[in-house]
Design a protein around this ligand. Sequence first.
Ligand SMILES: C[C@H](O)[C@@H](O)[C@@H](O)[C@H](O)C(=O)O
Ligand SMILES: [Mg+2]
Length: 471
Amino acid sequence: MVRGRISRLSVRDVRFPTSLGGHGADAMHTDPDYSAAYVVIETDAEDGIKGCGITFTLGKGTEVVVCAVNALAHHVLNKDLKDIVGDFRGFYRQLTSDGQLRWIGPEKGVVHLATAAVLNAVWDLWAKQEGKPVWKLLVDMGGERSQHEAPPKCWPLPLLSRCQDPRMLVSCIDFRYITDVLTEEDALEILQKGQIGKKEREKQMLAQGYPAYTTSCAWLGYSDDTLKQLCAQALKDGWTRFKVKVGADLQDDMRRCQIIRDMIGPEKTLSLFLQMMDANQRWDVPEAVEWMSKLAKFKPLWIEEPTSPDDILGHATISKALVPLGIGIATGEQCHNRVIFKQLLQAKALQFLQIDSCRLGSVNENLSVLLMAKKFEIPVCPHAGGVGLCELVQHLIIFDYISVSASLENRVCEYVDHLHEHFKYPVMIQRASYMPPKDPGYSTEMKEESVKKHQYPDGEVWKKLLPAQEN
Ligand SMILES: C[C@H](O)[C@@H](O)[C@@H](O)[C@H](O)C(=O)O
Ligand SMILES: [Mg+2]
């Protein structure tokens, strides 16, 4: 049962000095300090359960997101959780349509990152109160029907009160600006179809997990020796799919991609051994085509973010040129919102869609994107990594498989092996797959000790580092 009135919201600026080791570096973000605006909401209920939410940032700028969270706080404070989740679409709209704050968005940039942090905390709180991990809350909300049962003509109302009705799930989504490709009825139909075989898929996920690829070996900040060493270790650990950062220097890219190809073998999609490439928006459109034509011999499955994330038609042009070479286009980690995803799909501008749990408006907006991807039959391969992104996005992709896509074909979720030790319920990887989390919530809760140590600028870690960096 959902209970309590939100009585407190706090937000902290938590940063990890990852740039010192070159972790996370790419062609555009050369010195990322993986960071989070970390939100905790409390209620007046006696259970003492807190909701924790994050959004991912790269260091500087986290304080701006923190300001935006504080500016949104009045929409959350003193609200009953029951009223929030009872009309989640309305609440989402209230946050994203604030008559003054939407001017600095709308639904993009800092204010949207802040919205994600707040809503992620609400989802964590809700799921904890229901005693379920978020993926399971979503799966159960999607309803249940056995393989042999005929689809109901209209959904029996009593189910609604038990939260086990796809209409409840659909009522979390704001369809504004996307009804030209996805209506509420379309969403219900997809979820209704998704009920067939759902039980079996849930069992399969619990036994085998969701397939992942690793980005941990090939950051641009790593030397060739480190790359080889990490790649050899990852192969030993059972990883077979590797993403490599490209885009800064063609000769370097050729050498690094050759190292990986030599280590994983010559095959591509026929085998499990895959290589993906990520340019992090470095190129202009013609440059992307030219550069990737040279890297095509390494048989990448996709090139990720070849150009500006806002350039939908540019992605379509690149896609047209590279698909005949066997290279797909992947993008999404910096897609502002569902509208951009809608247009990428309409323009046939991508072959792999990368949702992000903190860039979009939390679970609510991600649900709309998962459903649109299903409608266009484009595989979703989420962006993860950073700090906490793996913890969050695993819930979304496991739900996607069980209730929406019902397919693992051409699908794989990113994994990065950094900073999991700071979370109370860290991801569990087995045989290069995400094992479904079992603890209630959204896996967003950080260890208080880690938060204190890494709080910027007063945490122990920064107190030591800052004087040294200033010299
Ligand atoms: C700055 C970050 O590490 C990015 O390079 C990273 O999110 C990356 O684009 C990825 O796909 O994992
Ligand atoms: Mg990327």
